[in-house]
Design a protein around this ligand. Sequence first.
Ligand code: CA2
Length: 147
Amino acid sequence: MSKLITVLNGPNLNLLGQREPHIYGHDTLNDVAARCNKEAKALGVSLAFKQSNHEGQLVDWIHEARTDSVGIIINPAALTHTSIALLDALSTFEGPVIEVHLSNVHKRESFRAHSYVSLRADGIIVGCGVQGYELAVQRVARMLEAT
Ligand code: CA2
């Protein structure tokens, strides 16, 4: 069975492609999942691609990933800037963690420049749009090769 990578998406990302396309693009979250799955298949890994608007649900999924996944890719959305709970949960995970942001958070409001999750992330990809997720899958796969 191929190695499982959990891909987590935070609040409001279910609306991707439906609002603010000038910031987040036209692809929906299903499009993102399809592109990530294609990349994963080419690299011989599998993905559990999830989205929730609820911090506690995301924490629960990180706990599940502790036993069923070898890596985590996370776009925590607005929780990036507020959630010590996500940071603490991710800190209990032993494999690679890559943080992804569709937009360049450093080119936006100053509050978006700070990320609690970055204190745990092994890599951060910002401002690359949907491609950032594909790059994250590549990065986790490469990091796993090295272990
Ligand atoms: O750039 C990113 O990926 C963000 O994580 C997106 C978050 C934002 O709070 C972060 O600062 C940066 C917002 C996600 C909201 O997603 C929407 C998608 C479509 C329409 C409206 C919101």
